[in-house]
Design a protein around this ligand. Structure first.
Ligand SMILES: [Zn+2]
Length: 267
């Protein structure tokens, strides 16, 4: 890690950074097989959408109550110390912001906002929670936990579980509401991608933490940094698509590695 000393670093983080906060990483080495829901399914299939919102209604409270871990706090300290120029995250949990990071690009959106696909209005997830609770009295209490269709062996049976759930339409135009999160099959808004490239340009090195870089939305920043011959350090348990481009690969957990890094570089 000495190769980062004296450099201004841009960070790119993924799900692995939040697993120690109790948020599962679907792509980690111990994860169940997954059939990610696509944007097209969400938009076109009403039953799918109903199930998604039912599960989101139950699971939202959980994400809402999670706390940043030592890895998030280490990155915030590195920013305070002037080492980190900014942070691009693929996570939608806002734990970097909670830990005190300021210059953050939420590449894949954020769980606390909802957008109307018809009129484009953005509302808070908290406000939607009140509406969903009013539309579905007793639902959360009655169902316990909703199975995740993305990791279920039989998606149809899982979707049947929630056929009585009533999703909320947009209260302004009646349109379909979607979490302000980028799904598979959906592009990250262009302006956000440009800001992220600029953040990579701003640093002398790129530090990737807790991402297997399986989707291009993250890998392109590693390619961008490598093309500029900037050092790329990857901290992740398991293989990543960026490994061939890495100057250094640290095969270890992000919480302890980032903590050690912050201690070394802020001394
Ligand atoms: Zn609307």
């Amino acid at each position: 890690m000495e190769l980062l000393r004296g450099l201004r670093v841009t960070a790119l983080t993924g799900a692995g950074v939040s697993t120690d906060s109790g948020i599962p990483d679907y792509r980690g080495p111990d994860s169940p097989p997954r059939n990610p829901m696509t944007y097209q399914q969400f938009v076109q299939d009403e039953a799918f959408r109903r199930h998604y919102w039912a599960r989101n209604h139950v699971g939202w409270q959980h994400v809402h109550r999670t706390h940043p871990n030592a890895g998030h706090r280490a990155l915030a300290r590195l920013e305070d110390a002037g080492v980190l120029v900014g942070l691009i995250t693929q996570n939608v949990d806002l734990l970097h912001e909670d830990a005190g990071s300021r210059n953050v690009i939420d590449l894949h959106g954020r769980y606390d906002r909802v957008i109307c696909l018809q009129c484009g209005r953005v509302i808070s997830r908290e406000h939607l929670a009140e509406r969903l609770t009013a539309l579905n009295p007793g639902f959360v209490e009655s169902i316990g936990d909703v199975e995740d269709v993305e990791i279920a062996p039989d998606a149809d049976a899982v979707i049947e579980q929630t056929s009585h759930f009533r999703p909320a339409p947009c209260e302004f135009c009646g349109g379909v509401l979607k979490p302000e999160i980028v799904y598979f099959g959906e592009n990250v808004p262009r302006e956000r991608v440009e800001r992220a490239y600029a953040m990579v340009d701003d640093g002398d090195a790129l530090l990737v933490a807790g991402s297997s870089l399986t989707v291009m939305s993250g890998l392109r920043f590693v390619r961008h940094a490598a093309k500029q011959e900037k050092p790329v350090v990857i901290v992740n348990r398991g293989w990543t698509r960026g490994d061939p481009l890495a100057t250094l690969k640290v095969e270890a957990g992000t919480t302890e590695t980032l903590t050690a890094l912050a201690e070394a570089l802020t001394r």
